[in-house]
Design a protein around this ligand. Structure first.
Ligand SMILES: Cc1cc2nc3c(=O)[nH]c(=O)nc-3n(C[C@H](O)[C@H](O)[C@H](O)COP(=O)(O)OP(=O)(O)OC[C@H]3O[C@@H](n4cnc5c(N)ncnc54)[C@H](O)[C@@H]3O)c2cc1C
Ligand code: SF4
Length: 326
């Protein structure tokens, strides 16, 4: 691990202003991803700015819906009664993530910024376009079992491995960002993560001088009746092989609105908008859910070792819908 200096900041302005070189230095929240990557020499940062004292806190109901400060911890959000009752998929996704110890440290902002678990990315002995642009992508023909079947390019097929972001994308979450001049902008989480295209090293729209302030999720009937299903190799403390976040508003047996997002199958948290439209006006039956699940994976481009994900994620979607309508 390289030497680095450590600075603390009390405000967003102090945090962005403290950085000597915004391209090289990094903000640290829980440190559960950042320090790992620095120890592996995947990331090198001569300066860390600790943002834990910046007042990006609070879990509250606002006119825009649920507002979660970026420095709230995963465990506090997952166990919050408002989140549990009104936005169950978010709570479930958080509590199925990582381990209790990690969830106590890890922040919501850091969670959205976590990087892929592609083994080639995390091992500097291998080339990797995301870590070292232009060096190649051994995953295309190598070990791609955990990687993407949707949204990949010839440059990169790494998945976004997060759980919470899948539930947030399904429920139309919006992220608030603030730059070094104090200017805020609000962006749909759907547009926050980028497809790899020819520049897989650029993963989000966040600029070097911006911080994530908060996440807002609109209150809705389909949010109250939402659910997250995670399928993994081990029952605990493992990233998803596939996951599904769904939401449903059913009246008189007919679907009024539906939400579907998938995790660990796309190069970003993957919303299945066309599949959702198919459900509107249909009866809430297994046949409807199966048709939507099939639509959700249309256009999938699996590789040698991850073909199983095409069927597995459809099953996860159907199971999630069945569990909320049972
Ligand atoms: C063993 C292990 C298992 C895990 N399993 C899972 C899992 O099953 N599911 C899952 O979803 N996740 C999992 N994770 C990932 C975990 O959720 C993330 O490590 C964590 O959420 C990151 O949050 P943090 O506060 O520690 O971020 P940090 O490590 O502090 O920061 C991560 C990145 O985010 C940036 N950052 C942090 N906060 C902000 C902000 N407010 N604005 C802008 N940039 C910011 C930092 O600069 C850094 O680049 C696992 C991690 C580990 C180590
Ligand atoms: S899939 Fe992406 S992260 Fe993995 S080796 Fe290829 S370029 Fe690197």
């Amino acid at each position: 691990m390289n030497n680095f200096s450590y600075t603390t900041a009390n405000t967003a302005k102090e945090a962005t202003g403290a950085r000597k070189d915004s391209a090289q230095s990094a903000f640290i929240a829980g440190g559960t991803t950042l320090l790992d990557l620095m120890k592996l020499n995947v990331e090198q940062h001569p300066q860390l700015v600790d943002i834990n004292m910046v007042p990006f806190k609070g879990i509250s109901e606002t006119a825009d819906g649920l507002r979660i400060g970026a420095l709230e911890r995963m465990s506090d959000v997952g166990e919050n009664p408002l989140v549990v009752q009104q936005y169950p998929a978010i709570s479930e996704a958080l509590l199925l993530s990582a381990s209790p110890q990690l969830r106590n440290m890890a922040s919501i902002g850091g969670n959205l910024m976590q990087r892929t678990r592609c083994t080639y990315f995390r091992d500097t002995a291998f080339p990797c376009n995301k870590r070292n642009p232009g060096s190649g992508c051994p995953a295309q023909t190598g070990d791609n079992r955990g990687l993407a079947i949707l949204g990949g390019s010839t440059a990169c097929i790494a998945t976004n491995p997060g759980d919470m972001a899948v539930a947030l994308v399904a429920l139309d979450a919006v992220v608030t960002l603030e730059n070094s001049k104090g200017k805020q902008r609000r962006v749909s989480l759907l547009d926050f993560h980028l497809l790899p295209g020819t520049t897989p090293q650029r993963e989000t729209i966040l600029e070097a001088d911006e911080l994530i302030v908060a996440v807002t999720v609109p209150a809705a009937a389909h949010a109250r009746k939402s659910h997250y299903v995670k399928v993994r190799d081990r029952a605990s403390y493992a990233f998803a092989l596939v996951s599904a976040a769904v939401g449903l508003d059913v009246q008189g047996g007919q679907i009024r609105s539906a939400r579907i997002a998938m995790g660990s199958v796309g190069t970003k948290p993957w919303r299945a908008l066309e599949a959702e439209k198919l459900l509107v006006g249909k009866p809430a039956t297994e046949a409807s859910f199966q048709a939507a699940a099939a639509a959700a994976v249309r256009g999938a481009a699996p590789r040698e070792h991850n073909r199983f994900k095409v069927e597995m994620v459809q099953k996860a979607i159907v199971r999630a819908f069945q569990e909320i309508t049972a």
